[in-house]
Design a protein around this ligand. Structure first.
Ligand SMILES: Nc1ncnc2c1ncn2[C@@H]1O[C@H](COP(=O)(O)OP(=O)(O)OP(=O)(O)O)[C@@H](O)[C@H]1O
Length: 585
């Protein structure tokens, strides 16, 4: 494919007229920018308006160094490196500001929106040095033949597209899609979401600068618009029209719109922009996944090896082999408690949701947390799995305080958490989900996909019990509710936790599935020695499988005892009957 694309790049200028080749060279550089927007927005879900700023930085590095300092092969190459480094550092700083733990997606979009505006103001403020609003033209550059420039721009585009393609199909590329679909689940599997986003943003910034540098060196003109907000927004339109998250769609979107506008914007300056706007609205409504979805849809329907939806998958993960991971080093030793909670409290403003909770969990123990709706059970899970949630007290995992650690770092201490509502990645396959849950233990490859995944014995046991080991190539959206629950549990166990937090794992399951889950939980404690903390409303289920029960009421612990003690307690009966005593504060 890459060889064919390169052959086209080398042959095309021989057959096309000169004006079109000139227009295409600019469009090819812009298509490189579109790929970076697709990686950031299409694949990892960060709506960025600021990718043009990096294009502008690369373009101005070329123009400013050639105008004010010197020109020659070394200067040219030096300017290229300076442009890339400046863009990478800017992108890294913007990434840190945009994606620090807890930043909302809206926040990062606003920061990327401000970036090109700030850059243009800096260019204006640069006066004669930066050429202010008129920009810089006529600076020394290489006046090679258009055929040569076409080959340079085309080769850059093919190279970036190939690397991007390999990247999005790799282990790390799957993680980008997982982040786009369910950032929280990724964090609670120990994936460092913020760091991955910052790294991606930095690399895409540098690539955008390379494209801008080439664009400026070819056209011999730079203007503030090259780093402006308008180009940033246009690049989003190319990606949306072409097909977000497809790579090929944004390339054709950028080339198609730029070339057409070069022909039409002279004769129909206002009408052309209007046509693009209307086209954009129509495509968003009729083809939300862009024009590329027409091709991929037809390919899925009529192409070779087409699959039924239940067995197919959008991104083609290929078969994956399951292996048993070597026994981890996560067993809790000696008398150490896997989990010890002391004086834990949580407030939301003046509302006290949890107060003064203290208890410990032991290895091989199934500890159920029960209590009426609103008692604070889920909040307790949040306080254990995220160091930033609690407002008082301490939580220790195997003797280590979680302090203010973010969820992914708490996973590193040995806490695994499943959510009240099953939380998976719809367009990823079962195999992909399992592979990415091993990120914390096995890491992820940058340009390759591993053909196997090594899982600890408890996770393998669940896959076998639910039959998921025979559906590794199936997208998770086609799984039954019970299978989804099973997969989520297997994914959490793949992180090799010492303490497993389960929030209503049997909700919505049939009686048979509930019994199966009960057996699985028992084997996790008895065979594998895990400490399981379970929130459950089904008191019969709790009674059958628990070693110990903690009862919460109005955010306080009213009882901590054996199953018999709790079941026979009058206090618990009155709490559940709604006549519960007001807990003294
Ligand atoms: N972010 C928040 N801001 C304000 N109040 C909150 C927040 N999260 C939870 N609460 C309140 O804290 C209380 C406990 O909620 P929590 O979800 O922990 O209860 P629960 O015992 O898990 O209930 P359920 O069994 O219905 O899931 C509720 O009154 C809830 O409204």
């Amino acid at each position: 494919m890459a060889v064919m694309a390169l052959a086209i790049v080398y042959a095309a200028p021989l057959f096309l007229d000169r004006y079109l080749v000139n227009v295409l060279i600019r469009a090819l550089f812009l298509a490189v920018l579109a790929i970076t927007v697709d990686l950031v927005w299409g694949f990892s879900g960060v709506l960025t308006f600021g990718q043009s700023a990096f294009f502008g930085i690369g373009a101005y590095a070329c123009a400013l160094l050639a105008t004010h300092y010197g020109f020659g092969p070394l200067w040219f190459f030096g300017a290229f490196l300076i442009g890339l480094a400046l863009a990478a550092v800017t992108a890294w700083l913007v990434g840190i500001l945009s994606f620090y733990h807890g930043a909302s997606p809206l926040y990062s979009s606003i920061i990327t929106l401000a970036l090109p505006i700030v850059l243009v103001q800096i260019i204006f403020a640069g006066g004669r040095f930066t050429g202010s609003s008129s920009g810089i033209s006529g600076f020394p550059t290489y006046y090679w033949a258009v055929e040569t420039w076409f080959v340079i721009a085309g080769t850059l585009l093919v190279a970036v597209a190939c690397f991007a393609w390999l990247f999005v199909r790799s282990d790390l590329g799957r993680i980008l899609i997982a982040i786009r679909e369910n950032e929280d689940r990724c964090a609670y599997l120990g994936i460092p979401v913020s760091r991955i986003k910052i790294a991606l943003f930095t690399v895409c910034g540098a690539i955008g600068a390379a494209a801008g540098f080439g664009y400026a060196a070819f056209t011999n003109v730079v203007a503030p618009e090259l780093g402006g907000f308008l180009l940033g927004t246009e690049s989003l339109i190319w990606v949306a029209l072409g097909g977000r998250g497809t790579l090929i769609g944004p390339i054709f979107g950028a080339i198609g719109i730029d070339v057409t506008s070069s022909y039409l914007s002279g004769s129909l300056p206002f009408l052309w922009k209007f046509i693009v706007g209307v086209l954009f609205v129509i495509v968003i409504v009729v083809l939300p996944n862009g024009f590329a979805s027409l091709v991929t849809g037809a390919w899925k329907k009529f192409g070779p090896g087409r699959r039924s939806p239940a067995s197919g998958h959008e991104h083609g993960s290929g078969s994956i082999v399951l292996r048993t991971a070597p026994a981890g080093t996560r067993e809790v030793t000696g008398d150490q408690s896997p989990i010890a909670i002391e004086g834990l409290g949580c407030r939301y403003g003046s509302l006290s949701v949890l107060a003064d909770l203290s208890f410990q969990g032991r290895s091989g123990e199934l500890l159920s947390i029960v209590g009426p709706n609103g008692a604070g059970k889920t909040t307790l899970m949040r306080c254990i799995s995220n160091g930033q949630e609690r407002t008082a007290g301490t939580v220790e995992i195997a003797g280590q305080e979680i302090a203010r650690r973010s969820p992914e770092r708490v996973v590193g201490l040995g806490v695994g958490r499943s959510f009240q509502n099953t939380s998976l990645f719809d367009s990823l396959t079962v195999g992909d989900c399992l592979r990415l849950s091993r990120y914390r233990v096995d890491g992820a490859r940058l340009f390759r996909r591993t053909s196997h995944v090594s899982l600890p014995a408890p996770a393998l046991g669940i896959l076998k019990a639910t039959g998921l080991d025979r559906h590794l190539d199936q997208e998770t959206r086609y799984l039954s509710h019970g299978q989804k629950r099973g997969l989520e549990l297997a994914m959490v166990l793949a992180t090799e936790p010492k303490v497993l937090l389960l929030d209503e794992p049997t909700a919505g399951l049939t009686k048979a599935e509930r019994t199966a889950i009960g057996e699985v939980l028992l084997s996790l404690t008895t065979t594998y020695g895990l400490c399981v903390i379970l929130i459950e409303h089904d008191l019969d289920f709790v009674r059958e499988i628990s070693d110990r029960i903690v009862v919460l009421h109005q955010g306080r612990m009213v009882l901590d005892g054996s199953v018999e003690e709790v079941v026979s307690s009058d206090l618990v009966k009155s709490v559940y009957s709604g006549h519960g005593t007001e807990v003294a504060s």
